[in-house]
Design a protein around this ligand. Structure first.
Ligand SMILES: [Zn+2]
Length: 298
């Protein structure tokens, strides 16, 4: 199976490269099984393929387990064609603009509700994979704010969302993986980050054997990590530009999407290919940068 796909950069190129449902099926096969078919039940490398259905069905020659490209993935049970799914993956992969449900619904001719659901599921895969990837090595974390800029008043502004921006540093001291996480309001008191905010972040997002962790949550601390503050600011600007500002409910998904693109760009990994891989990976196995999960880069 061909795995070394040239990656499209415009929608026109995308349509040329993936003109049919069959082309998308082939592509998803290569992102799901970069080394060829592998039975999810027993690992056997050979299957009997039934192609008379809307999507091919693969029956393991050893244990007779039946699977498909979408079984156990975020696309499971969807009646939307794989061509439309891959178009959405392409649009969300773009680093300059991304996409939103209004634009997507027009481009792939589905209802707003369907477009919203597709994007929501893709972002869910990104968020799940990020949760499975912990910061490690030398870790720096700084407080930040999304929404209205800091106001001088004592009370929180309702559109002010408190964040912790963290990164792992490589041996040169440069960030190699970013995370931006919303801080639950219980960890904020009178605009100040409580110690529980750092504890919570450490538990959820940092490897337990990490050699060095530095937290700065004081707004005017001379030790603050300016690069992390700038990163959070850049994320906020990008989200506001593409989505015209959003509420608390889905903000974490948008923050994760922003970090996902930056993290892959740092590693010079192709975003489109990686995202297609995440969307065909089993929901239970989602994580980034697991060498076994990493598709072959074009
Ligand atoms: Zn099997």
């Amino acid at each position: 199976m061909e795995t070394n796909f040239y990656l499209p950069s415009t929608l026109e190129q995308f349509h040329q490269q993936f003109p049919t449902e069959e082309a998308c099926i082939d592509y998803f096969f290569s992102t799901k099984w970069p080394s060829g078919f592998s039975c999810p039940h027993c690992g056997h490398p050979h299957a009997y393929i039934t192609s008379t259905r809307r999507l091919p069905l693969y029956e393991c020659l050893q244990c007779h387990h039946q699977t498909s490209l979408t079984a156990g993935t975020i696309m499971a049970g969807s009646r939307t064609s794989l061509h439309k799914w891959l178009t959405a993956i392409f649009l969300i992969s773009r680093t300059d603009t991304g996409t939103n449900a209004v634009a997507l619904s027009k481009i792939i001719s589905v209802t707003y509700k369907t477009a919203w659901l597709i994007l929501h599921k893709i972002r869910h895969a990104i968020s799940t994979a990020d949760r499975g990837t912990l910061l490690s090595g030398i870790v720096q974390v700084n407080s930040a704010v999304y929404g209205k800029p800091y106001n001088p008043y004592f009370r929180n502004h309702p559109q002010e969302h408190y964040l912790l921006a963290g990164s792992s540093l490589d041996i040169h001291g440069d960030p190699s993986y970013f995370k931006l996480k919303l801080v639950p309001k219980i960890h904020i008191k009178e605009k100040l980050f409580q110690r529980s905010a750092a504890l919570d972040f450490t538990q959820q997002h940092i490897e337990s054997h990490t050699s060095s962790i530095e937290f700065v949550t004081g707004r005017f601390s001379s030790k603050r990590f300016r690069a992390l503050i700038a990163f959070a600011l850049q994320a906020g600007k990008s989200i506001n530009k593409n989505f015209h500002g959003i509420g608390q409910k889905y903000l974490q998904h948008y923050l994760d999407e922003f970090c996902f693109k930056v993290n892959l760009t740092l590693r010079e990994a192709p975003i489109f290919q990686h995202l297609a891989h995440l969307c065909t990976a089993s929901n239970a196995k989602l994580s980034f940068f697991n060498p076994q999960n990493m598709p072959i880069c074009a």
